[in-house]
Ligand binder design. Structure first.
Ligand SMILES: [Zn+2]
Ligand SMILES: [Zn+2]
Length: 576
């Protein structure tokens, strides 16, 4: 009697928000060849048919259970190693597996793969010397570039090892880079569009945040461009961060991971001292930065536009003015001298707790309502917004001034001056002057990463202006002219504020000195009650959950039962 092959059994994770359990199905013989870990399938679940992924394959059907066959093989999904990486990400950001598997899957069904690429090392000129050294051996390295630096030679250097996976924070920039690499003759798949080509192997794979989960069978190195960029983190839960996933993916594959930034984060700098340019090279890659000190302005000059800026506004073009003043959290200013309300202990922003008390939004220190500069007891949060200042500018200059938002698109042709929130920096191609009308709004934003985010904003503006030789000017109006972040930009020394920032975070047990998560929503209170790690409540009904390491934090979050009421868990939250 010829022995029958044992039945093939697949464990399937279904793409259903309310279902975290996985289910077993039989694979009919006709689909045996296509059933791999990661394959996208459709299965019957109760009376419905739903999509899902094969996450395990075996021959052991549970005893006494009659399994249903899968309904259909939809096509290729993430490879087994990427499925494992997704599982790690679901643990690391305390969320469900299905949303991560969705990110790792092709945007449309892929039934067959095109021919593979060459898969060999790609050599071209120019290759970035620092990047070549950085990818010489496995491990994570940080490459500190300048805002004006061309990233193509960095990617070319990494490709000298073989196919790379490159995550580029900006989608537009990723597209331009793919086009240029192809002109150099590099075999490149641009994901998500070329997902099938990437899965075929032999190509370098480039894309925005989600590319970190893209297929890259012959992976030789992982590169993250602009590792400091906020857009590398998913906003929906699980709030995975492409930088951290990249580090883990490279570690698992035993290949180098190169983190590139003009202002490396404390998270990136944990992997060691950055590879840097010479001082003169670094300075040359930054524009001239003019700090306009407004702390000594006469009351008659205290409008939103300083006399210095007025002069530039009349002569230069194009000019971009940035004023981030749309959010609800605005920093307090002294009603008589205009100085911002700053904490004397940690330089964080203070808010009015009650009629007689100010409280630091960062470390919680309280003090009476009194200005540290002039002794006044009058504070105010009301200041003019973009729309009103645009009208004032138009009147002052006697010409049209465009207000630019995320939805207006770039300013109309022929308009010399544009104003907007930071969205304007994404809408304008280049500028002769970028002016931050009130950078103190950024520095004093009530959030953990205010300093790093301000630096990132200055880097973005600097990129529009080009290198020092192009003559562009970054103008920064402030009442804190000696702030380390501003000095870092003036001197083109992005590490100037790093030591102080690290000390502050250590002092306050904030990331990366701790692993931090927030829990919010109606189910948060009962959820955190089960935890045996540090939990504290905050004013807006959010709980802060902390441990020394992510291992400890994420294991605790995974072990705790989920409440039936809605719960949102943000691991590594940006907005604290
Ligand atoms: Zn004052
Ligand atoms: Zn403080």
């Amino acid at each position: 009697l010829a022995s029958e092959p044992p039945p093939l059994v697949a464990r399937v994770v279904v793409d259903q928000a309310a279902i975290t359990k996985s289910f077993d199905y039989l694979i009919p013989d006709a689909w045996r060849d296509q059933a791999r870990v990661g394959t996208l399938v459709r299965v019957g679940l109760g009376p419905r048919r739903v999509g899902g992924w094969i996450t395990e394959l075996g021959h052991q059907a549970p005893d006494g259970v009659a399994l249903r066959p899968i309904a259909k093989v939809t096509g290729w999904g993430p490879s087994a190693d990427v499925v494992d990486l997704c599982r790690w990400a679901a643990w690391r950001w305390a969320g469900r597996l299905a949303p991560v598997l969705t990110v790792a899957s092709p945007p449309v069904a892929v039934r067959a793969l095109p021919p593979a690429g060459p898969g060999t090392a790609f050599r071209s000129e120019p290759a970035h010397a620092g990047a070549l050294a950085a990818v010489a051996q496995p491990g994570t390295r940080v490459l500190r570039t300048t805002p004006a630096e061309d990233i193509v030679p960095i990617l070319v250097a990494a490709m000298s090892r073989g196919p790379i996976l490159a995550v580029i924070a900006s989608i537009d920039r990723a597209r331009l880079v793919v086009a240029r690499l192809r002109r150099l003759g590099a075999p490149v798949a641009s994901v998500p569009r070329d997902w099938a080509l990437a899965a075929a192997g032999g190509h370098s794979v480039i894309g925005a945040r989600a590319a970190v989960f893209a297929p890259c069978p012959d992976l030789a190195a992982v590169v993250v461009i602009d590792e400091h960029d906020e857009s590398l983190q998913e906003e929906r839960t699980p709030t995975w961060h492409a930088r951290e996933v990249a580090i883990e993916r490279a570690r698992r594959a035993g290949v180098p991971c190169l983190l590139v930034s003009s202002c490396p984060t404390l998270e990136a700098l944990r992997s060691g001292e950055p590879i840097t340019l010479s001082r003169s090279q670094e300075r040359a890659g930054w524009p001239i930065v003019d700090i306009v000190d407004r702390s000594r302005d006469l009351p008659s000059e205290s409008g939103p536009i300083s006399p210095t800026l007025v002069r530039l506004l009349r002569t230069e073009h194009p000019v971009v003015c940035v004023l981030n003043r749309t959010g609800s959290a605005r920093s307090l200013r002294c009603g008589s001298c205009g100085q911002p309300g700053v904490c004397e202990r940690c330089h964080g922003p203070v808010a009015q707790l009650d009629d007689s008390t100010l409280q630091c939004g960062r470390c919680g220190t309280t003090r009476p309502v009194v200005c540290l500069s002039c002794g006044s007891t009058r504070f105010s949060a009301r200041r003019p917004g973009v729309t009103r200042i645009r009208a004032e500018l138009e009147q002052m200059l006697g010409e049209p001034v465009a207000e630019v938002t995320a939805t207006t698109g770039p300013p109309p042709a022929g308009v010399r001056v544009a104003i907007g929130t930071e969205a304007v920096l994404h809408q304008v191609g280049d500028a002769a002057v970028v002016a931050f009308l009130d950078i103190d709004d950024e520095l004093l934003a009530p959030r953990l990463r205010a300093n790093e985010l301000t630096m990132a904003l200055l880097v973005r503006a600097a990129r529009l202006l080009g290198p020092r030789t192009s003559g562009g000017r970054l103008v920064v109006q402030t009442r804190q002219p000696h702030h380390e972040v501003l000095q870092a930009a003036v001197l083109a020394e992005p590490d100037r504020f790093v030591a102080a920032e690290r000390a502050m975070r250590t002092d306050l047990w904030l990331p990366p000195s701790s692993a931090l998560a927030t829990a919010s929503g109606p189910g948060a209170e009962s959820f955190v009650a089960q935890l045996s790690i540090a939990v504290s409540g905050s004013a807006d009904g959010q709980f802060l959950i902390r441990a020394d390491t992510h291992q400890e934090l994420c294991d605790a979050l995974a072990a705790a039962g989920r409440p039936t009421a809605r719960l949102r868990l943000d691991v590594d939250p940006w907005r604290v």
